[in-house]
Write a protein that binds this ligand. Sequence first.
Ligand SMILES: Nc1nc2c(c(=O)[nH]1)N[C@H]1C(S)=C(S)[C@@H](COP(=O)(O)OP(=O)(O)OC[C@H]3O[C@@H](n4cnc5c(N)ncnc54)[C@H](O)[C@@H]3O)O[C@H]1N2
Ligand code: MOO
Length: 424
Amino acid sequence: MDGLPQRACGCDESRHHVALTPVEKAIEIAVGMVQPLTAVDDVAVHKARGRVLARSLRAGRPMPHFDNSAMDGFAVALSDFAGEGPWHLPVAGTIAAGAAAPFLTVGTALRIFTGAPVPGGSDAVVMQEKCDDRGDTVLVHVRPRRGDNIRQAGEDIASGDLLVSAGTMLDGRHVGLLAGNGHGHISVVRRPRIAVLSTGDELGEDGAGVHDANRPMLLALCEGLGAEATDLGICPDDMERMTEIFRASTNRFDLIVTSGAASVGGRDFVRPALLAAGGAVEAWRVALKPGKPVFFGRLADTLVTGLPGNPLSAYVGFQLFVTRQIGAMLGLGGPSAKPEMAVAGLGWERKPGRTEYLPGQVVGRSESGLPIVEPLGHGSSATLMPLSLGDGVIVLAAHSRHVARGDVIDWMPFCRKDLSWKTA
Ligand SMILES: Nc1nc2c(c(=O)[nH]1)N[C@H]1C(S)=C(S)[C@@H](COP(=O)(O)OP(=O)(O)OC[C@H]3O[C@@H](n4cnc5c(N)ncnc54)[C@H](O)[C@@H]3O)O[C@H]1N2
Ligand code: MOO
């Protein structure tokens, strides 16, 4: 093979028209190739953030486990509150959290702290602000009601209640809930093994040519999704080296993500190398802007997703396809993020034919409360600057020819997990 992309008929594909696959169909193909992972890891619950729960977990006992005080105050019996207050009671002792509770003798109060077990014989806890604490005695100013300031056993969670379902990506909330219910070690789906590699003679670490933006970006994105990411480095424009890398990686990874050399030029050797290594290409070229030359292939049990070299194209291709492939490996259920509505802050013309993802920024709010967004940059897929300055990505349907100021458009806001409650 001479490095040119080959069709099954053996001819030069670059001289043929290859129909572009619509984005939705391409997502279907990319995700349809994935086999969900079945292997699990047993991990300490505090190490489980970002992992996917393999088996649903239930409460082994009720929560709270025993009746306990919600306040610092005095445990009392309602029968001691006849007539008009205030009521004066001797204090027979103290119950702290972690202590065993004595029985409350009628005619006395017990000093009690938050979380301490409520003594038998007591119906309520009076918070200390409603009393005069006189040491050996207490003066209670308000008549307590039955159950005041007592957290009843099982009022939050009954024994056997479902805590977290299988297929949930765990975050700090789940870790706290599971740990609080006695789950110290849990089974999570093993991390997807993803290898990332860049291509191109122009790339180098010394800054002499082009700095490699894609490999670090793609490795970081993979790790952010809970994958075990392996750096396969940079492959020069050498079909044989690429073929060798593919052969050596077969079945070592769940997915290999390449960037560059995916298009139609004479040096676009990734697909031919995949075929030469014994793999197959299931789809190539998507009606997507940026990201058109993306392809989906496989090498035995290892999937290969080839992203374009332009960094914005690689990013968009990753978010649309690789994110979903990793999600499918992890068995993450539920719908993936859908675009929200926004209002176009300005109008522009566009060439129809490809679904477009444009970095954008929020410049205000419409009267109906929607964000007003404007595109950033000049539409180049070679720069990540607009993306990194942006608040999200504007999505334009393949058929649309122009956007008018005031149009309602699709908008995918970036999720800044560290700043907001919104995590989906
Ligand atoms: N005749 C045609 N030419 C091109 C077409 C086409 O349909 N017909 N498609 C264009 C589109 S769209 C894209 S996107 C690019 C992508 O092509 P490749 O995937 O083959 O990417 P390369 O040619 O290898 O590189 C493109 C560009 O990106 C730079 N690059 C590559 N890797 C990295 C990296 N890791 N970090 C930073 N920058 C990288 C590379 O130097 C090039 O400038 O093809 C169009 N051409
Ligand atoms: O699809 Mo390319 O990714 O337009 O720049």
